[in-house]
Design a protein around this ligand. Structure first.
Ligand SMILES: [Zn+2]
Length: 128
């Protein structure tokens, strides 16, 4: 067996080891889109009870990025940051669903293509 490729696999990722670690793993985009961005769930996430395990006692949470911040100022500056804006842009696109994978495999109903507005009703909130 030959050597598995270890070079030129980073592809614009600065820290591949960190990205691979499960400790830093956050919620997936489709989970955020379908569950967290729902106005009811969003309100609950933004007003969490004080939790001593979480950074900043879980009082400063970014719903789009599924991240906790230490202070309100840190959260405010995060909202202005490139990371957050990029994330919002990613969330505006429809999530990859089971229906879509079935359609790709030829199992779903043909001809009924879901649009962005059908699958993600809560995404307009970010834009507004
Ligand atoms: Zn964010």
């Amino acid at each position: 067996m030959g050597r598995l490729r270890r070079s030129r696999v980073h592809n614009a990722r600065r820290d591949v080891h960190r990205a691979a670690r499960t400790r830093v793993r956050t919620r997936d985009l489709d989970q955020i889109q379908m569950i967290d961005l729902d106005p009811k769930n969003r309100a609950a996430l933004e007003a969490q009870p004080i939790d001593f395990e979480k950074p900043g006692l879980a009082q400063h949470y970014c719903v789009e990025c599924a991240k906790y911040y230490e202070t309100d100022a840190a959260l405010q500056s995060h909202w202005r940051s490139k990371v957050h804006k990029r994330r919002c842009k990613q969330l505006r696109e429809p999530a990859y669903t089971i229906e879509e994978s079935e359609r790709a495999a030829g199992l779903g109903k043909e001809g009924k293509r879901a649009t962005a507005t059908e699958t993600t009703p809560a995404v307009e909130m970010i834009v507004a």
